[in-house]
Design a binder for this molecule. Structure first.
Ligand SMILES: Nc1ncnc2c1ncn2[C@@H]1O[C@H](COP(=O)(O)OP(=O)(O)OP(=O)(O)O)[C@@H](O)[C@H]1O
Length: 256
């Protein structure tokens, strides 16, 4: 079997004495959709923040694509191929869909956002390539009709798609999605779950997502990791995790 794309090794994280993660280890294989589940405060977002360099683990290490992250920063993570969306979407609400998506590329290139948006600047070939790539992803996520619409006026479900487009435009190897369907209506949930599965199938992107909707998790994921109070209490296929008594007690049952 090939080496995992993401190998979390004995990671712990404390905030002024509060243990958010304790000795957490698990591996994500290339091409899989892995869900992180667990009650509020279990440490799921903290883990994503370590993987993409926002937080530094107190101990343990993250191996990504065969190499450790010794001095992780969000920029280093993006440059190594890790894309991310956030629990509370972090879009530029006064900018168009296209310009928001383009911000996902500027840090990888030589043009800045203004040069791309206003079609000026030093590197016209790069500018054209970026716009073409942004249009491809906008089309793939079925938001082409809103390409030039200001993001702040779009329904929440479409804003979440824009955020996903921005994370995907740089062709990440690993995409981290923090509660991608939270707050959506049933139809929006079904649509975005379908698109997440399509991204995984068509681009081969490995996806790690945090989600509370167990029905969606079980239908979408190949692998589920369960956290409780910062510790791993389950790790397996959706069917295995569903049968695990510790998981049932911690999360699916009534302990919380
Ligand atoms: N920046 C921070 N400063 C202090 N404590 C923090 C910080 N971030 C997280 N924590 C604490 O770490 C623990 C884990 O929080 P985290 O947000 O990772 O959990 P979560 O599983 O993502 O929860 P939720 O499902 O509510 O988003 C909690 O006790 C939380 O209060």
């Amino acid at each position: 079997m090939s080496a995992p794309i993401l190998d979390v090794q004995q990671v712990s994280l404390s905030f002024r004495g509060i243990k958010a993660l304790t000795d957490l280890s698990f591996a994500v294989e290339k091409g899989e959709i892995c869900a992180l589940i667990g009650p509020n405060g279990a440490g799921k977002s903290s883990l994503l923040n370590i993987v993409n360099g926002v937080y530094r683990a107190s101990s343990g290490r993250i191996i990504f694509d065969g190499a450790p992250f010794d001095r992780p920063t969000p920029m280093a993570a993006a440059q190594r191929g890790i894309g991310r969306t956030f629990q509370n979407n972090a879009l530029f609400h006064r900018m168009s869909v296209l310009d928001n998506v383009l911000t996902g590329l500027t840090r990888l290139g030589r043009c800045n956002l203004l040069e791309i948006a206003f079609r000026v600047g030093r590197h016209p070939a790069e500018r054209r390539a970026f716009r073409q790539r942004a249009d491809e992803i906008i089309g793939f996520l079925e938001i082409g009709a809103y390409r030039d619409t200001v993001v702040g006026g779009l329904p929440y479900g479409l804003q979440k798609r824009v955020e996903m487009a921005r994370a995907l435009v740089a062709s990440p190897t690993l995409l981290l999605l923090d509660e991608p369907i939270a707050g959506m209506n049933a139809e929006e949930k079904t649509e975005l779950s379908r698109l997440i599965a399509e991204v995984n199938r068509v681009f081969g992107t490995t996806i790690v997502l945090i989600e509370h909707d167990i029905g969606v998790v079980m239908g979408l994921s190949h692998h589920v990791v369960v956290l409780d109070y910062g510790r791993k209490v389950g790790d397996g296929t959706p069917a295995e995790v569903r049968r695990n008594p510790e998981v049932i007690a911690a999360y699916l049952g009534t302990r919380h």
